[in-house]
Ligand binder design. Structure first.
Ligand SMILES: Nc1ncnc2c1ncn2[C@@H]1O[C@H](COP(=O)(O)OP(=O)(O)O)[C@@H](O)[C@H]1O
Ligand SMILES: [Mg+2]
Length: 302
């Protein structure tokens, strides 16, 4: 597996305070990497270090196989598209005029510009002034500006921030299309629902530290979902089980946490049957990424 971004103990301190600490990012080529974390957890700071917009206090970042530093910065940035914080673009100019500025700056062919504009599906809006654009259109123009140089890596900082559900879905669909076209996308969000299904690899940040990095499947298998039991006498069952397990009653269903394997499940059922309580149903709770995420970031605050 080849990595398009790899960092070693990447750290940024402001004064004594580490806002990003000992980060080992691993972004495989061709993936959509969802970079998730609550506000203030260090996502933008990390992305700025990858783009060499701010200097790490310690640690290293390798991007496209090379160390990102003053000597390599110019060349590497030629292969990276980015959208950090508010979307770029001059408000008093049209979309087309803004793209023309990018074209001149980077000395690009018309085809590059056309391709970028078509990719974000903005070809019919380009004669409007940017100040008349919706936020979603501004984000898409910003992505087109980042795409014009045909980057291998696209770094997007909260591109879905402030968008309505339709706008969010448009960005998701765009990210999937880009990844299908061979661009590696690193995309951040503080709202996990906005990118969770689009991302193939997830990195979850809390207070400047990576608390999980891997595939969605790995994330789910790292946490055991609660066991839910329906039985004939839930109140008595709760009394009987509370001693051995964290057992809560929700409506008339018992919720047990930390019941890891089949043997433990059998033990719980046997305990209830031993108390002459009829067991009607035993199932695992549906595990959402939201619940796993909340569990991981507990104490970090959202
Ligand atoms: N230039 C700076 N000086 C001091 N603190 C900063 C600076 N930039 C960011 N921070 C702090 O670093 C933390 C992480 O910020 P940031 O990377 O923007 O988080 P996120 O993008 O995840 O919301 C925040 O607590 C923020 O206040
Ligand atoms: Mg941020």
């Amino acid at each position: 597996m080849s990595l398009i971004v790899a960092t070693e103990k990447l750290t940024k301190k402001y004064g004594d305070r580490a806002v990003v600490q000992d980060l080992d990012l691993r972004i495989p080529e061709g993936c959509v990497y969802g970079f998730l974390g609550p506000n203030g957890s260090g996502k933008s700071t990390t992305m700025k270090m990858l783009l060499s917009l701010i200097r790490p206090t310690s640690g290293e970042a390798h991007v496209l196989g090379r160390p990102m530093d003053r000597a390599t910065r110019r060349e590497l940035l030629g292969q990276i598209g980015s959208l950090i914080e508010s979307p770029p673009g001059y408000a008093h100019l049209t979309g087309a005029e803004n793209m023309r500025i990018v074209q001149r700056l980077l000395d690009l062919d018309d085809q590059h510009i056309d391709f970028a504009v078509r990719t974000v599906r903005m070809q019919d809006q380009m004669n409007k002034r940017v100040r008349e654009f919706s936020l979603g259109m501004k984000q898409r123009l910003g992505i087109a500006m980042a795409l014009a140089r045909q980057p291998k890596l696209l770094i997007l900082d909260e591109p879905t921030n402030g968008l309505d559900p339709a706008g969010i879905e448009e960005i998701r669909e765009l990210l999937r299309r880009l990844a299908d076209g061979g661009v590696t996308v690193m995309v951040s969000s503080h709202l996990l629902g906005e990118i969770d299904k689009t991302a193939t690899v997830l990195g979850i940040l809390s207070q400047g530290r990576m608390i999980f990095q891997g595939s969605r499947d790995e994330l789910f298998s790292a946490a055991t979902p609660d066991l839910l039991i329906d039985c004939s006498d839930p109140h008595r069952a709760q009394g009987a089980l509370a001693r051995a397990h964290g057992c809560q009653l929700e409506n008339s269903t018992l919720r047990l946490t930390g019941i890891e394997d089949d043997r433990a499940v059998a033990g719980v059922v046997a305990a209830l049957v031993g108390e002459s309580i009829g067991v009607h149903g035993v199932r695992r709770d549906e595990q959402t990424l939201e619940s796993v995420f909340m569990g991981l970031t507990a104490g970090g605050g959202l």
